[in-house]
Design a protein around this ligand. Sequence first.
Ligand SMILES: NC(=O)C[C@H](N)C(=O)O
Length: 322
Amino acid sequence: MSNVHVIGTGGTIASRADVGGSVVADSAGDVLDATGLDTNVTTDDVLHINSFHLTFADLLKIRAAVAEALDDPQIDGIVLTHGTDTMEETAFFLSLFHDSEKPVVLTGAQRAADLPNTDGPENLRQAVLAAGSATLRGAGVVVGFDAQFHAARRTRKQHTLATSAFSGGTLIAEFYHHELTRLAAPVSYPVLQEPTERFGQLNIPVIDAAPGTDAALFYAALEHGVDGLVLQGVGAGNAPPAFTDAVETAVADGIPVVLSTRVPAGPVAPIYGNGGAVTLLDAGAMSAHQLNTYQARILLAVLVSHSLPEQSLRTMFADQTR
Ligand SMILES: NC(=O)C[C@H](N)C(=O)O
């Protein structure tokens, strides 16, 4: 029988709603008890927070706990219980360093543990069964929710409240009735070196380009002192013309800039000049390509943590976004 290790971080799956606004209250062990599972499962709590409180330093703690479990020969698969709001960042972050046949399944809930229709126990039950099953070997880091297991890369929360909350990444496996069926392999990318401690202190804001925005906030961020910037454009990665000079200024100052799009599907593509992606990429921005804004930001932060020469950072960023 396989052994699964559940690492708790908090989130709605561990929250109680009866206290005036849902707050984290339960341990991973409490959440596991509610599944009624009778298998070889160990638990540990690394954090006890909603995922909208997560810091980069917390991501380092989560990675350390996952890496320790991956190294443990007694453990066959890992489940991470996590808030859904930023699950896509943590899942992608973990996937960048994942170099193991053991799967890591992130799961959570949209409805608190004390609500009669909570979805947490069933999500966790399925995540544990999947993490311990041969079907998910070699699947990498996946987000397991509502019977579906999506590759971390490009998965995003797509509904604020629905119990089927995630879409976007490759659908790797799915429970049909009670059987887990493998549907695909994750696309593989170069495994990155672990982030340095510097990662925990990085400040990398997202600046939005939209009708009526100018580049004032972008310049204010540079003035404030940042380690990188993500410019979220419209369409295929376009922005009002003032952003072109702003990108040039940042890059000349050694601040890396990533250009992403607010559109949920499709890549950043150099089609338009005069402030469009052609101009912004020429000005020195790096294309997020098909990575969403927030996963592109995590990738940028990991690379910045290594204090790489500019050209190496650009090459490694491009290698991860093809
Ligand atoms: N459904 C959830 O888990 C959302 C919660 N606000 C969190 O991210 O911690």
